[in-house]
Design a protein around this ligand. Structure first.
Ligand code: TLP
Length: 351
């Protein structure tokens, strides 16, 4: 049986250009700052994001954690969205490792925060009982909010609130290139108001490993030290950084294909009885669907039985993600499998 893997854009494999570049990469000891390929990747990432410097880290989770540790001292508070990846999917690392207190503000359907609510959540600095609000974290695109996009005005308004209160701004830009392609702007424009921005090479850009944290030279120096604290200092990491350079050159513009496929998928799903979603709200490569009238876990298992893999983000929802390696034909096939599973499982409701 053929598998159509829509669990995540993390399942993407490196392209043959990446494998070639990895095999031929010039390397050195990166903890000494001597890996020329890592140095090139960090410079290229900083340039793409419009920042002074960047540091290569193994994962998106570490990118967020080292950023949080850089902006916050022990006992400080950070404001995050109620649906943030950093809140739900990073093992509580900000608290467990960073000793940082987390305060949430509701995300809207697209992942935006209400600036007034953010302002109200900032702690009064002269109150003896409050932690210091040191950081506001944004996410763009927003994973649990269906790949929703923040534009530069959204980011700017929220950053203004944070900066007015002396709090820093970090963007979890794991999929910021998807946001930039969707909006037709440069990622630098979306990152401009932030003090640090992270992005992942290992999602839609199809690299095997790696994320970058970008910011000012001074900030990135501190992030680099926190990376070392977490054991993330790597040695001949040029082997993996080489794939990242290929990704920045060859894999960004094609993200629009993933967005087109996601829209086709969403429109098809919207017409399946028992499934609910607003297909027109799908902006990038993530499709969240509500299974309204039967147990969602059983539905997911039945899809798996027919070769369509999806994930369970909680509640009544399932998540499908389009990516490099998923073609239009796969989307059509997945849709027809979803339709037949929906037909077969609807009988269970009448028993
Ligand atoms: N997200 C993964 C899973 O962890 C859910 C996925 O399949 O989408 N920020 C955001 C917005 C992310 O979506 C992810 C990965 C991360 C951070 C963490 O990246 P990694 O997995 O590299 O640590």
């Amino acid at each position: 049986m053929r598998t159509i893997d829509l669990r995540s854009d993390t399942v993407t494999h490196p392209t043959s250009d990446m494998r070639r570049a990895m095999a031929e990469a010039e390397v050195g000891d990166d903890v000494f700052g001597e890996d020329p390929t890592v140095n090139r990747l960090e410079a290229a990432a900083a340039a793409r994001l419009g920042k002074e410097a960047a540091v290569f880290v193994p994962s998106g989770t570490m990118a967020n954690l080292v950023s949080v540790m850089t902006h916050c001292q022990r006992g400080d508070e950070m404001i995050v969205g109620s649906e943030a990846h950093i809140l739900h999917n990073e093992v509580g690392g900000a608290a467990a490792v960073g000793s940082v207190h987390v305060r949430t503000v509701s995300n809207d359907a697209r992942g935006m925060l209400d600036p007034e609510e953010v302002e109200a959540a900032v702690r009064a600095p002269d109150n003896m009982h409050h932690p210091r609000t040191a950081l506001v974290c944004l996410e763009n695109t927003h994973n649990r909010c269906g790949g929703g996009v923040l534009d530069s005005e959204d980011v700017g308004v929220l950053a203004d609130v944070a900066h007015r209160h002396d709090a820093a701004v970090h963007i979890d830009g794991t999929r910021i290139f998807n946001a930039a392609v969707y909006l037709g702007v440069s990622p630098a424009e979306l990152a401009r108001p932030a003090d640090t921005v992270s992005f992942c090479l290992s999602k839609g850009l199809s690299c095997p490993v790696g994320s970058l944290v970008c910011g000012s030279g001074e900030m990135v120096g501190r992030v680099r030290k926190n990376r070392k604290v977490l054991g993330g200092g790597m040695r001949q990491a040029g082997i993996i950084a080489a794939a990242g350079l290929v990704a920045l050159d060859t894999m960004v513009d094609r993200l629009g294909e993933d967005h087109d496929n996601a829209r086709v998928l969403a429109r098809g799903l919207a017409s399946v009885p028992g499934l609910e979603l607003d297909a027109e709200s799908v902006q990038t490569n993530i499709v969240m669907v509500e299974v309204v009238d039967r147990p969602v876990q059983g539905f997911i298992a039945a899809l798996k039985g027919r070769g369509v893999l999806v994930t369970y983000p909680g509640g009544k929802r399932l998540r499908m993600v389009t990516h490099y390696g998923i073609e239009e034909g796969d989307v059509e096939e997945a849709l027809s499998i979803v339709e037949s599973v929906a037909r077969d499982t609807s009988g269970a409701l009448n028993r």
